[in-house]
Ligand binder design. Structure first.
Ligand code: MTE
Length: 314
């Protein structure tokens, strides 16, 4: 179990402790091993509150109430509290997923069929929004690679496009003049990125089914990329030969690249990406921390981009 330094925390079997049994303890232990500085404080640190305080670590879990109340889901409005207020209008069952493009098996499937036979894992990931705030969340989900493999992509599948739900009747943000986004919200990954074992399709958080404001019934999670790559409430997966047109990239190509890898060295044209506010963050305790290349997952994913100029391909 290594929740620090961007390592995924994967619960491998039912006999392993659940996240809430081990998280704080393993944070303390691994931090103590790393620095040797926390010896003597362990007993106090085992208490949840003081563990977080004693660690001075940014990698403690973001409170569930914040993860589910401070959201970006423009289909439900532009304010951070709009999704939690409005997402109850969304019907998430039944839910179908269309599989299209360069794959042997295409068609429309129920989400139950898409997920059948794939074990759900719990993973604690850092999550960094392009707006320079971040969270640490215990997600539950299935590896995207296992989902994609079911449909047998062909050799022509170089990219994967993810389309999210367009249902203005249930999504007030799609009825209003919103962020300027063309609905539906579309995101995409290169095939090798999509197949990377860190990428999951999230179906829950904090040990519970995924709340609607967080993208029920399932959403993408690509922990080394800015949050906008992780589309919510996905209804279509299309394998393509060409790079898909993605919503934010189409809207403002100079601000939001197709790759969108977290990169402290490349500023957003309107603000720095060198630091982030780790939530909870307040005016008096903004909780700033340095942003890490690839959001801390460089060891795992930097090789996907070897030889690429990451300033150009942001
Ligand atoms: N997916 C859809 N369909 N619509 C959105 O507006 N916002 C993105 C991403 N996925 C968005 C989306 C952005 S900008 C972020 S930061 C994350 O969702 C926020 O995820 P969270 O609310 O679960 O923290």
């Amino acid at each position: 179990m290594r929740p620090l330094n961007g390592r995924p925390l994967i619960r491998k079997s039912a006999t392993e402790p659940r996240w809430y049994e081990i998280t704080l303890e393993s944070l303390v232990l691994s931090r103590r091993r790393m620095t040797g500085m926390l010896a003597g404080t362990a007993a106090a640190a085992m208490l949840p509150g003081s563990a977080a305080a004693g660690l001075q670590s940014d990698d403690t879990l973001t409170p569930e109430g914040l993860v589910t109340a401070y959201n970006n889901f423009y289909e439900f409005g532009l304010d951070k509290t709009d999704p939690a207020e409005n997402a109850h209008q969304l019907t998430t069952s039944p839910w179908t997923v269309e599989i299209a493009g360069e794959a042997k098996k295409t068609g429309t499937f129920s989400i139950e069929d898409v997920l059948k036979g794939i074990a759900v894992e719990e993973r604690i990931y850092r999550f960094r929004c392009v707006e320079a705030w971040s969270m640490v969340v215990p997600w539950m989900g299935v590896p995207l690679a296992k989902v994609l493999a079911k449909f047998e992509p062909t050799g022509n599948a170089k990219y994967v496009e993810f389309t999210t739900l367009k249902r203005p009747k249930e999504m007030p943000g799609q009825r209003a003049f919103g962020a300027g986004i063309e609905w539906p919200y579309v995101e995409g990954l290169r095939m090798d990125e999509a197949m990377h074992p860190l990428v999951i399709m999230v179906t829950g958080l904090y040990g519970k089914p995924l709340p609607k404001q967080n993208g029920a019934p399932w959403r993408l999670m690509v922990p080394w990329k800015y949050g906008f790559k992780s589309g919510k409430s996905i209804v279509k997966i299309r394998f393509t030969e060409r790079q898909p047109r993605t919503s934010w990239n189409v809207l403002a190509p100079n601000e939001y690249g197709f790759f969108a890898n977290v990169n402290p060295a490349v500023d957003h044209p309107r603000w720095s990406q060198a630091r982030e506010r780790r939530l909870p963050s307040t005016l008096f305790a903004p909780n700033w921390r340095e942003t890490l290349p690839f959001n801390g997952y460089a060891d795992e994913v930097a090789s996907l981009y070897s030889g690429m100029d990451l300033r150009r391909f942001y």
